[in-house]
Write a protein that binds this ligand. Structure first.
Ligand code: AMP
Length: 153
């Protein structure tokens, strides 16, 4: 499958911020595919979610602290994914990565759908679980339940 790592650049160094279920799953996936990953979380216990086959690095620290981002090697990253459980943190990190370090690929999770539209304008890729889930549920229902009801009527 083609993804951004197939496209360019000698290094694929990827920083993931937030080792929750989403961050850990992504880190495991990328690491299994041979990507050079660093997982950053402020809570060391969160790293337990990484699989035993995870071959990347871990760093304990607060992503709101720029010195932590520097310690993570943000200046050499090709990809930064910020998926903490705090929208403000994710937005702040995404803006630092994009504006200050010109990271080519920046993705952040936003819980608040209203903010998602705003950040599209800044060319920050946002993932909003509520919107994604609503679209998927709508697709499932649209192609079966409502269609069948209409045919029956
Ligand atoms: P979840 O809500 O399960 O996706 O987990 C979110 C993760 O983000 C948790 O493991 C938190 O410890 C982590 N987290 C939240 N805020 C920060 C922060 N400022 N810096 C680093 N990690 C964070």
């Amino acid at each position: 499958m083609m993804n951004i790592f197939s496209k360019t650049k000698e290094t694929d160094y990827t920083i993931i911020i937030g080792c929750g279920r989403l961050g850990a799953s992504l880190a495991n996936m990328l690491s299994d595919n041979g990507t050079d990953v660093l997982m950053l979380d402020k809570d060391e216990a969160a790293f337990r979610k990484l699989s035993s086959s995870y071959g990347g690095l871990t760093l304990e620290g607060d992503a709101r602290d720029i010195s932590t981002l520097r310690e993570a090697g943000i200046e050499k990253a090709k990809v930064v994914v910020s998926v903490t459980n705090d929208d403000n943190t994710n937005i702040m990190v995404a803006q630092i990565a994009k504006e200050l370090y010109q990271i080519p690929y920046v993705v952040c999770r936003l819980y608040d759908p209203e903010r998602e539209c705003v950040y599209h304008e800044f060319e920050i890729n946002t993932i909003c679980p509520a919107v994604l889930s609503a679209n998927e549920i709508n697709k499932l229902l649209g192609s079966s339940v409502y269609h069948m009801e209409a045919q029956r009527a």
